[in-house]
Design a protein around this ligand. Structure first.
Ligand code: G6P
Length: 614
């Protein structure tokens, strides 16, 4: 949700910033802008509504020389997407420029007070309030920028990652964070800063993850300094990045989303590696092993997440209840944080988040910790906020996911939940040694089976042409296939803007069945499992009302294949592994329908990959 980049050093500042913005564009693409400070200390700000490429066009004939600069790609919160609301924002005297990710909650009170003092505002954003406040304090106290930033941040409520530069001081950037990610890259007499490490990795592998309430002082020719909001210096903890540049490129695919769908045999292998051990006889998750007692003694597990991660959480519930015989509640993090959650010591809370930055999930974690629960994180982005806020956890290790619609992260999350359910089942004695050995084998086979499923690509491409212009879709499933159906519907909505509703197949008769007619296709997820006979009836109910059906079935299926209009066959796997296998054809179907409609699948309208605001 909004991406910020900054650079100070000898390289071409504008080039570093633009490249960085392109890498961060998945975080928001309503508008983009740069602030460049010339070696003589003159501050120029250029911004444009829309994607980073619009900004590049706008900048073609501008003065782009600079010693330092900051840049931003926006996902609008306060004020519509427009040139004027785009970041960076100037202070009133145009001496300071700021970029900001997050929301300032008390901006209106601060704004009213600043207006009383004669400040003039030019945009509708909360960010402009912050830069005006910094300027006001700086002038009033006649102090240095760092002191004004610190004092201003002490008055601010909300979430922020900011970077500020100052006219006349071309070798300095001040940056700070609270509840929004900020990474500093340390190069050779140069500094980079960004919302995540993706813009930094091609220049340096040495990074510092700034913590909440810390301010970074980056000055050319001096070591980086970190101070707290109460002006105490903190030590710098440099981390080596494991990310590689090739992971951030499309690798010959037309879109990141397609690349990420096709990467799944490899990402699932990476996710399993080192975790299915002793030739499949045991499951090792360090995060579980190191906190055995918590899982053995848990009376209840609560899983919190948002979006696609919430669908993975639902599958986690089915897995853990089946394999560990412990009750599991699944909650939207945004609801959990406000519904007076009843937790007690001994409860285990699992928080799932691809980005590791989702604001609601982070808030839910804080509440769970405060109430004495043990909190376990499942995340993809190493070093992100959620892994740092939890007591323990597991990375899904699927590599950077750039396409806004989640694909390989979803299957990675489901895989980690599967491993966790087996590991906990082993600890609690609810699974036998024989079962675990059998399950280990089945898991090891999954990456190759996913490769097989991806061969449906051509068939799905053709099928997509038939359904591209449908205005509504129903996605139905039962048992493990119900959350898979929800995720299938979400994928279609996100990137093709077709209304799609996921539903438990048996519930359909209590409402959605009224919608079924020749214009309303249903995708029915019906692999062979213990509910197969039941879903056959649901398929017939749709058919007898004139609805067309795309069914996802197990290879060799004869019953549903005879009723459905189109059938996508997937290999046979145990039912607890079906969501990984059945979700892949639905990812491809959404992709091709969106492509047929000419939509931008990697950057769908109004969405952002990392949602760091409420
Ligand atoms: C956004 C993304 C979704 C994602 C959700 C939760 O809405 O577009 O793809 O599922 O946030 O994100 P998280 O990073 O917490 O999994």
């Amino acid at each position: 949700m909004c991406g910020i980049v900054g650079y100070i050093g000898d390289r071409n500042v504008y080039d570093v910033l633009i490249k960085g913005l392109h890498r961060l564009e998945y975080r928001g693409y309503d508008s983009a802008g740069v602030a460049l400070e010339t070696p003589e200390g003159v501050l120029n700000v250029y911004k444009a509504k829309g994607k980073v490429s619009n900004l590049e066009n706008f900048c073609k004939d501008k003065d782009l020389q600079a010693s330092c600069g900051i840049a931003h790609t926006r996902w609008a919160t306060h004020g519509e997407p427009s040139d004027v609301n785009a970041h960076p924002h100037f202070s009133d005297d145009r001496k300071l420029a700021i970029v900001h990710n997050g929301t300032i909650e008390n901006y209106q009170i601060l704004k009213d007070a600043l207006i009383q003092h004669g400040c003039r505002f030019h945009s509708e954003t909360d960010t402009e309030v912050l830069v005006q406040l910094i300027e006001y304090i700086k002038l009033k106290n006649n102090c240095q920028l760092i002191d004004a930033v610190r004092e201003a941040l002490n008055q601010v409520q909300g979430a922020y990652a900011i970077a500020v530069i100052e006219a006349g001081n071309p070798h300095q950037i001040i940056a700070a964070r609270k509840s929004s990610p900020l990474v500093i890259g340390i190069g050779n007499d140069e500094f980079f800063l960004a919302s995540d490490a993706t813009p930094i990795v091609e220049f340096t592998k040495e990074v510092v993850y700034v913590k909440d309430n810390e301010i970074a002082i980056l000055r050319r020719g001096e070591p980086m300094k970190l101070v707290t909001l109460s002006n105490e210096e903190v030590s710098i903890d440099v981390t080596a990045l494991e990310l590689s540049i090739s992971q951030l490129e499309k690798g010959g695919y037309p879109h990141f989303m397609l690349k990420e769908i096709f990467e799944q045999p490899v990402t699932l292998r990476d996710c399993i590696r080192g975790r299915v051990i002793e030739g499949g006889k045991s499951i090792l998750l360090n995060g579980v092993r190191d906190h055995k007692d918590k899982f053995i003694n848990a009376k209840r597990i609560v899983i919190v997440a948002c979006g696609t991660s919430w669908h993975a959480a639902l599958i986690g519930k089915y897995l853990i209840q089946e394999m560990c015989d412990v009750p599991v509640n699944v909650e939207y993090a945004s609801e959990f944080r406000y519904n007076h959650p009843v937790l007690e010591e001994g409860d285990v809370v699992i928080a799932i988040s691809q980005s590791g930055e989702t604001a609601d999930t982070l808030a839910a974690i804080e509440i769970a910790r405060d109430k004495g629960a043990f909190v376990y994180g499942i995340s993809n982005v190493v070093g992100s906020s959620i892994p740092r806020a939890t007591h323990s956890g597991t990375y899904i290790h699927v590599g950077p996911e750039i396409g806004v619609a989640s694909t390989k992260a979803f299957t990675g999350q489901v895989m980690v939940l599967t491993l966790l359910a087996i590991a906990v089942g082993e600890l609690r004695g609810t699974l036998t040694k024989e079962q675990i050995a059998e399950y280990g084998k089945e898991i090891n086979a999954i990456p190759d089976l996913v490769k097989q499923v991806l061969k449906l690509d051509e068939q799905i491409k053709h099928l997509s042409a038939i359904y591209t212009y449908a205005r509504n879709f129903l996605y139905l499933g039962r048992g493990y296939s119900y959350p898979a159906a929800l995720e299938g519907a979400l994928k279609l909505k996100e990137i093709s803007y077709i209304h799609a509703e996921g539903y438990p197949a048996a519930e359909m008769k209590h409402g959605p069945i009224a919608l079924i007619d020749a214009e309303m296709p249903s995708v029915i997820v019906a692999p062979y499992d213990h509910l197969y006979e039941k879903i056959v009836s649901n398929v017939q109910q749709v058919k007898s009302r004139g609805g067309s059906i795309i069914a996802i079935v197990t290879e060799g299926d004869t019953v549903i294949s005879n009723i459905a209009d189109h059938v996508l066959e997937v290999p046979k796997v145990p039912e607890w592994l079906t969501p990984i296998i059945t979700s892949i054809p639905m990812q491809l179907l959404s992709y091709y329908i969106a492509i047929n409609k000419g939509k931008d699948v990697d950057m769908p309208r109004n969405l952002a990959k990392s949602v760091t605001v409420e």
